[in-house]
Write a protein that binds this ligand. Structure first.
Ligand SMILES: Cc1cc2nc3c(=O)[nH]c(=O)nc-3n(C[C@H](O)[C@H](O)[C@H](O)COP(=O)(O)OP(=O)(O)OC[C@H]3O[C@@H](n4cnc5c(N)ncnc54)[C@H](O)[C@@H]3O)c2cc1C
Length: 421
């Protein structure tokens, strides 16, 4: 791998997968997919299942981006709560969003259908940083139960030790429908399934440009691919492929560590749930299959990584789990989270170019759905795709040069507010 940030626990424990597909000259296919993360792989697989000829082009390796580096937390829904969606968009649209984003777990479906070996575990705990956060969580859990018959467990502060050996939290909500997994092995599993369904996957190939209109043409080093449809699934890199779409997100660097295997791992997280807390710059953590703590915490608004990622993340881990403050840390890595203005993904279609990006740190689960909905729309049924594509979105202000600094200022403001309580 060419990016030092991608040297992770995941890359060290990735399943083997060799592809040597290459092309030279002019090619044509029904669908060209740019980007081999969850979105692109899911879309490619679903298109091939519908009988389209598909070529997927990945600049580095499958799972090189956020999909192979994330916290592995499978959190049903979007960054907005279900009740916020209903308040903003009304009952009917909120119901449609709920069905797609909470109820229909396509990751579980893919794992079961293709027998993907990626350490899938059930259970996600949202932990309240403040009593006020806990009140809001409790209200949302009531809403989910009453309005959608979606059952979660509200966990009082006194009962939190059943899930987590940390004194920090004021209660939480446990969602048995959530969970966690090894994201890179899931991406590799999707790639194998896509390949078996007929997708041609080209790694180490950067697509340079899309000409839209009635179709698209991708320019690679020694070849061109002409396609009836193009799917741009490049997320944080989307501005390099399509500059206008790049204005809808900013990349926020986020860092993870993996400790050495811990003798007391089960005592830290007795139900083996993935945990995310309610801070604006959140902590999120879980156990790996070999009993390491994988911990994400702290964001950086500069693109330059800290010199020592372990030293950067350790204090956040030590605050949550003082009992392992000095644990050995075997891996530290990071990646860019593509964040939109309103924290809802930006999904759509321009001519015959489809795109989905900006999942705002909440993409591990919903990207698989988004890819499948793109395939559905491309095959002619856009009803469910439109549910996501009609979410509001607008570019960050500030034009090409200023949108990143202005967005960063906004994010710093919220991070500071969080720190000051
Ligand atoms: C550190 C970190 C932790 C996270 N933790 C969580 C979590 O716990 N739970 C959660 O729900 N979400 C999490 N996320 C977010 C989640 O990982 C993403 O939303 C999701 O993986 C996005 O998938 P994607 O396929 O759209 O993009 P990516 O996985 O980024 O894939 C884009 C791909 O496009 C390729 N590419 C770019 N440009 C080109 C080009 N010109 N030609 C060819 N290929 C190109 C890249 O190499 C890359 O592989 C996290 C993200 C990060 C970075």
């Amino acid at each position: 791998m060419t990016d030092p940030l991608s040297h992770s626990y995941y890359s060290a424990t990735a399943h083997d997968w060799l592809v040597d597909a290459d092309i030279e000259g002019a090619y044509a296919c029904d669908v060209a997919v740019i980007g081999g993360g969850f979105t692109g792989l899911s879309a490619a697989l679903a298109c091939a299942e519908r009988g389209f000829s598909v070529i997927l082009v990945e600049a580095e390796r499958v799972g090189f981006g956020a999909s192979g580096r994330n916290g592995g937390q499978l959190i049903p829904g979007l960054r907005w709560s279900a009740s916020e969606l209903e308040a903003e968009f009304g009952r009917e649209r909120a119901d449609a969003l709920f069905d797609l984003c909470w109820r229909d777990n396509r990751v579980k479906h893919r794992i079961a259908t293709h027998g993907i070996d990626c350490d899938l575990k059930a259970g996600h705990l949202e932990a309240a940083w403040t009593p006020k956060d806990f009140d809001a969580m409790r209200r949302e859990a009531d809403y989910l139960g009453q309005r959608h018959s979606y059952e979660t467990d509200v966990v009082a502060k006194a009962d939190m030790d059943a899930h987590i050996a940390s004194p920090l939290y004021h209660g939480g909500v446990y969602d048995p429908q959530g969970g966690h997994f090894h994201p890179l092995n899931y991406a590799i599993g999707l790639a194998k399934a896509a390949e078996a369904a007929g997708v041609r996957i080209l790694q180490g190939k950067r697509a340079n440009w899309i000409l839209d209109g009635n179709g698209g043409e991708l320019f690679l080093d020694r070849s061109t691919i002409e396609a009836r449809y193009v799917i741009d699934a490049t997320d944080s890199w989307i501005g390099e492929v399509e500059p206008d779409l790049g204005r809808y997100t900013v990349p926020i660097m986020n860092y993870n560590i993996a400790t050495a295997p811990l003798a007391n791992a089960d005592a830290l997280l007795p139900t083996d749930a993935a945990v995310a807390d309610s801070r604006f710059v959140l902590n999120y953590f879980r156990l790996s299959a070999d009993k390491r703590l994988i911990f994400g915490g702290g964001e950086r608004y500069s693109q330059t990584p800290p010199r020592d990622i372990a030293a950067f993340v350790r204090p956040f881990m030590a605050e949550v789990f003082p009992q392992i403050a000095n644990a050995e840390i075997d891996y530290g890595w990071g990646g860019a989270v593509a964040v939109t203005m309103n924290r809802l993904p930006h999904i759509g279609r321009r001519g015959n170019v489809f795109f989905a990006h900006g999942f705002s740190g909440h993409g591990a689960l919903i990207t698989t759905t988004a890819g499948e909905l793109i395939a559905e729309a491309l095959a002619g049924t856009a009803e469910r795709f439109d549910v996501l594509a009609s979410l509001p979105s607008r570019p960050f202000p500030g034009g090409k040069w200023l949108h990143r600094p202005l967005a960063t200022l906004g994010l710093l403001y919220y991070a500071l507010k969080d720190r000051l309580g």
